[in-house]
Design a protein around this ligand. Structure first.
Ligand SMILES: Nc1ncnc2c1ncn2[C@@H]1O[C@H](COP(=O)(O)OP(=O)(O)O)[C@@H](O)[C@H]1O
Ligand SMILES: [Mg+2]
Length: 255
């Protein structure tokens, strides 16, 4: 078992990602502090979702390592890996709820699958999670009966069912109107503050990036690696890279 002394919650070292011969990104190196909202940004197709899939243990790196609390995920055995994964809550891009199940049933799924909890305890946890995302009393509703913003919040509740240490969200506010997107950002920040979870957020929404991002990396499509990182607001003030600035200003200043 390789170990690395580090304060970081998550550490990515020399990560190369590829689909067969097609290299998506190479030599990624960054640290994520415990309790941060860490933003993975970059243009469409640069590899943000791919990076998330590597971080949650779904896709094997072409090379490199990912450490959680200093422990290398890809050098751990299957049992250790599933233990690490047990601490993850994930909301995938377009991550949908099961339409044939109520919100209550959707959120209780991971609890039924991964715990031995009794039905009454599961019910209690589910209503707690629903309350946490502002959906108290909506447990009996089907996804089609609520708004898009409420569905996203229910998705967050499901990702949080097992009290994860790390939450991974891929474009959570995609398709939402600006007001609902802002509410979702506020909720993500509240969850971080109240639960102390580390949040890894893939997004290209500038408002989210600046409002709730503590730290970030910018993946570049052309050079296929990280070309910038840090506090997004500082990045906007201090970066001199035209690609980074163009992204952070939606091209208004630099295209
Ligand atoms: N399963 C796959 N097989 C082959 N290529 C893929 C696969 N998934 C994504 N890609 C390609 O990898 C690149 C990165 O994709 P993705 O991680 O989805 O980007 P992003 O989330 O930043 O938009 C894109 O060029 C995409 O076409
Ligand atoms: Mg994506």
């Amino acid at each position: 078992m390789k170990r690395e002394e580090t304060e970081a919650h998550i550490t990515v070292r020399g990560l190369d990602m590829a689909y067969g011969d097609f290299v998506v990104q190479r030599d990624l190196n960054f640290d994520i502090r415990r309790g941060d909202i860490f933003v993975i940004m970059g243009g469409s197709g640069c590899g943000k979702s791919t990076l998330l899939r590597h971080m949650v243990g779904l896709t094997t790196p072409a090379s490199g390592e990912i450490f959680f609390n200093g422990k290398s995920f890809w050098n751990s055995d299957e049992r250790e890996q599933s233990e690490i994964k047990r601490g993850f809550g994930v909301l995938f891009q377009n991550g949908a709820l099961w339409s044939s199940m109520t919100l209550e049933e959707n959120i209780s799924l991971p609890l039924k699958e991964y715990t031995e909890l009794k039905a009454a305890d599961i019910e209690e946890i589910v209503s707690l999670k629903l309350a946490l995302v502002g959906l108290k009393g909506f447990g009996g509703y089907y996804p089609s009966e609520i708004s898009g913003g409420m569905r996203k919040r229910a998705g967050l509740a499901r990702a949080m069912a097992l009290d994860p240490e790390i939450l991974f969200f891929d474009e959570p506010s995609a398709g939402l109107d600006p007001v609902s997107a802002k509410l979702l950002d506020d909720l993500i920040r509240e969850l971080r503050d109240s639960l102390g979870a580390t949040i890894v957020l893939v997004t290209h929404e500038l408002s989210s990036i600046f409002a709730i991002g503590d730290n970030s990396v910018f993946l570049d499509t052309e050079t296929k690696t990280v070309i910038a990182g840090g506090d997004p607001c500082k990045l906007l003030e201090e970066s001199v890279d035209p690609k980074v600035l163009s992204f952070l200003t939606r091209g208004e200043r630099y295209e």
